[in-house]
Design a protein around this ligand. Sequence first.
Ligand SMILES: CC(C)(COP(=O)(O)OP(=O)(O)OC[C@H]1O[C@@H](n2cnc3c(N)ncnc32)[C@H](O)[C@@H]1OP(=O)(O)O)[C@@H](O)C(=O)NCCC(=O)NCCS
Length: 190
Amino acid sequence: MSFLKSMVRKFNYAVWQRVYSNEIICLFEMKQPREITVEGLTIKPVTTQNLGDAQSFQSQFQLRQFQRLMNEGNIGFYGYLDKVCIHRSWVITGPAQAKLHPLFSKKITEKESFIHYCETAPQARGKNMFTAVLSHIGRQFAGNKILISADQLNRSSIRSIKKSGFIEHERIHLIIFFGIRLVKKLPFEA
Ligand SMILES: CC(C)(COP(=O)(O)OP(=O)(O)OC[C@H]1O[C@@H](n2cnc3c(N)ncnc32)[C@H](O)[C@@H]1OP(=O)(O)O)[C@@H](O)C(=O)NCCC(=O)NCCS
């Protein structure tokens, strides 16, 4: 079953999103960092030694992706509750291409950090884990402009992003049809 789920995820990520996408992507910037902590939550940077801890809720395919992210210079953060890994978030600092979508990237400079590839284990959702990790990353990268993006429909994600002190910075309507890309900036209320 998990093999099937992993195949569907791979197919969606690698193929379908390149064939057809119609998404509104919201880009946020950390403007009012808040100190949010959760009792019992420990946040640790990802290293070669603890990379495998996320197998508590991630597939082998995802663990291989984390290794690739590390090799490409991303910094990962794992969240632990009772020593069990229940959250992961990754950060890339420029100069780099921040991937807002598999076919749409934004260039970031050495003073900009982009948070991406975030997930909380289903059993730990709705308990401020993501919000606390974003707040932690905000402190770790305080000297930089910190960015994160989310699909407009991803209400939980946007709620955590706003709770931790991000303000909307840009909104983009992205349409992809068989590799042809249409990008339109949309107005928004900050
Ligand atoms: C988006 C995601 C990371 C949020 O993680 P989280 O640790 O549950 O986030 P938080 O607890 O900090 O905040 C979640 C918000 O989602 C909503 N929520 C409440 N209960 C929830 C539940 N059981 N499950 C999911 N979301 C819930 C609430 O609005 C909550 O904010 P509130 O408590 O102030 O009302 C998580 O839902 C997830 O892993 N989703 C799949 C991957 C994904 O979308 N990644 C984000 C890419 S930017």
